[in-house]
Design a protein around this ligand. Structure first.
Ligand SMILES: NC(=O)c1ccc[n+]([C@@H]2O[C@H](COP(=O)([O-])OP(=O)(O)OC[C@H]3O[C@@H](n4cnc5c(N)ncnc54)[C@H](OP(=O)(O)O)[C@@H]3O)[C@@H](O)[C@H]2O)c1
Length: 288
């Protein structure tokens, strides 16, 4: 057996078609969806993520704008900048690119962007829907979890009744994803760095989703051949100068049923979900 590769390419192509159509419909009504990314400083990884967002925006027909701020900016001035964008009716979606500089880290960053323009889906009012049990992917949900669910749907992998181990409990990936999967009737274990005997959990799982940020952490010893596990690799790590996931794909390909590649898996699903949130946000704003 060799694992099926769950590539993002056909999923992105399908979603993109729909988004181009929705974007055109908005433009016919005089509304061009417009995203503004707020970047603090010159983090090279951030610059690369931003280029991907810009490219995808342009491919869909939406507008992209960058607000590049100094890494010395004080908290009060930073808040003012975000408030200006919140009030600007020509901007439909705002992203605060993480990480920000030290003096801004204590700010309640997820809640600075007004909920209707929060296309990252981090604002408390947007994440609340997950706590309340929603499975509605048209809401402004965090992009990586939303992208993973869209990828599973495309490949007809229904989490209902499945045993799912999510490894990593960040606010942007693990926690919202665990909740979304639970809302979809999966039985979810949310594991982290203090989890004892992680292998005991992953070996029992139907689906393992890793978001820990450790290159090639998961090898074949984490999987039970008989279980036919599906592996979703969120990790984006640099190993010998190459983009690498948390999973050692060469080592596990003959012991799991299917896996997402890195690159070409969860990364593009996250970007397309962001653009989907932009289009949804613009549609909702136009209805008032
Ligand atoms: N593909 C994409 O679109 C995308 C999007 C977002 C993030 N990422 C990538 O995903 C990875 C995780 O990022 P993140 O921001 O979600 O997480 P994060 O804030 O970096 O936190 C890492 C999480 O992994 C857990 N962890 C670390 N080492 C572990 C270990 N040995 N065993 C079990 N759990 C462990 C930590 O546990 P504790 O809570 O106990 O510390 C924490 O919950 C990174 O590589 C990041 O670049 C990719």
């Amino acid at each position: 057996m060799t694992a099926k590769i769950l590539s993002a390419a056909p999923v992105v192509a399908q979603i993109k078609k729909d988004l181009i159509h929705r974007c055109e419909a908005l433009k016919k009504r005089g509304l061009t969806p417009s995203m503004c990314v707020v970047l603090v400083g010159d983090n090279p990884a951030s610059m690369s993520y931003i280029r991907n967002k810009k490219r995808m925006c342009e491919e869909i027909g939406a507008k992209f704008q960058l607000l590049h701020l100094s890494d010395k900016i004080e908290a009060a001035e930073f808040i003012q900048e975000i408030e200006k964008l919140n009030a600007d009716s020509s901007i439909n979606g705002i992203i605060i690119q993480l990480p920000v500089s030290e003096q801004l880290k204590k700010l309640p960053l997820p809640n600075l962007v007004t909920p209707s323009k929060d296309i990252d889906g981090f604002h408390g009012l947007n994440t609340q829907s997950l706590y309340l049990g929603s499975t509605d992917l048209s809401l402004l949900l965090p992009c990586t979890p939303k992208g993973i669910i869209n990828l599973l749907k495309f490949y007809q992998i229904n989490p209902q009744g499945k045993s799912v181990v999510v490894v990593g409990r960040s606010l942007i990936v693990g926690k919202p994803l665990a909740m979304l999967l639970s809302n979809m009737d999966a039985t979810v274990v949310l594991a982290h760095s203090k989890t004892k005997n992680l292998r005991d959990f992953t070996k029992q799982a139907d689906i393992v989703i890793s978001a820990i940020g450790k290159a090639h952490f998961f090898d074949r010893s984490y999987f039970d051949h008989a279980r036919q596990t599906i592996v979703i690799d969120v990790g984006m790590n640099s190993l010998d100068g190459k983009l690498t996931g948390d999973v050692n794909q060469d080592d596990i390909r003959d012991v799991v049923e299917a896996m997402t590649p890195v690159p070409g898996g969860v990364g593009p699903m996250t970007v397309i979900s962001l653009i989907e949130n932009l289009i949804s946000a613009t549609e909702k704003q136009s209805k008032g």
